[in-house]
Design a binder for this molecule. Structure first.
Ligand code: FMN
Length: 195
């Protein structure tokens, strides 16, 4: 068992010129101040997976050869933070592809979401993602962070450190982490007992 919960942060935008790096940088800065976790950041640009086309299914233990190191990375984690934009009411296909390549590696682990987008702030993408989490036996965390990239909409991470938005987002981060860590700590021994 890891001495501190090991949290994998999975960034779901890979498009050229993506704007989500503002969000991931904000998140990484805050995670670096947490002394009660270890965390690892995964940029799906660096996880070279084909479009899922395996004849045999991850639920039966089969892994595509290209997914072996991705599986090990997810297996090591005690919990997840998915950072996702909203594309046409959903989350990016590249994120679904990375999820579908695995099955058991996700199970019985908590998953939090930091969503961002246009006028909808990514909340609709997050709702769809929660449904997928349940199918994979993850535990969706209620507390989440939603950020709009539209100027003038709040909360925005561009408003500066003394703004109402900054205070709101810091509170939201603390609330999300408290819940994520509670579940990560609670579920780790139960997973161990299962083996
Ligand atoms: C293909 C596409 C579809 C989008 N659909 C939505 C949408 O349904 N709702 C929304 O609020 N924003 C939508 N947006 C705006 C994005 O969420 C916003 O531009 C965000 O910054 C995209 O993340 P990225 O730049 O990191 O890829 C869409 C953007 C793209 C590229």
């Amino acid at each position: 068992m890891n001495p501190y919960p090991h949290i994998l942060v999975i960034f779901g935008s890979t498009r050229q010129g993506r704007r989500g790096e503002v969000v991931t940088n904000w998140l990484k800065e805050r995670l670096a101040t947490c002394t009660d976790i270890t965390f690892e950041f995964v940029d799906l640009r660096n996880v070279s997976l084909p479009f899922f086309d395996s004849p045999s299914l991850p639920i039966y233990g089969h892994l595509a050869p290209e997914a072996v190191s991705w599986a090990a990375q997810v297996e090591r984690a005690d919990g997840f933070i998915f950072v996702t934009p909203e594309y046409n009411y959903g989350y990016p296909a590249v994120l679904k592809n990375a999820i579908d390549h695995l099955y058991h590696q996700w199970a019985h682990k908590p998953a939090a979401i930091v969503n961002y987008g246009g006028f909808a702030s990514g909340y609709r993408a997050a709702e769809q993602l929660r449904q997928v989490f349940i199918e994979l036996k993850m535990v969706p965390i209620r507390e989440q962070i939603g950020i709009s990239m539209v100027p003038g909409m709040v909360p925005s991470i561009a408003d500066g450190p003394d703004s109402v938005s900054a205070a709101f987002l810091d509170r939201a981060f603390k609330g999300m982490m408290k819940e994520l860590l509670w579940w990560a700590t609670t579920l780790a021994p139960a997973r161990l007992a299962e083996q």
